[in-house]
Design a protein around this ligand. Sequence first.
Ligand SMILES: [Zn+2]
Length: 83
Amino acid sequence: MHQIFFLPPTDTYFTDSPSTCDPACLCSHCGQIIHAGQNIVRGWTDETPRREYRYHARCLGFKSRDELACDCFDETRGSANVR
Ligand SMILES: [Zn+2]
């Protein structure tokens, strides 16, 4: 079964694909860094050049499992997901 996503035109796309925790690894929806302990969803268009959309799982509305903090987590932004 296929799940079809419709990308909101307000979401940002990227032409790079940095690793989680990279300051450039921003969420297409909320614009915040996606950290290594967080669930990430990446999707690519079939255009040329390829565009990447990437999201915190929660920004797509998934009820994600507990997210772990990683070394680069910025505690000034909140600690709701920190154990
Ligand atoms: Zn997000």
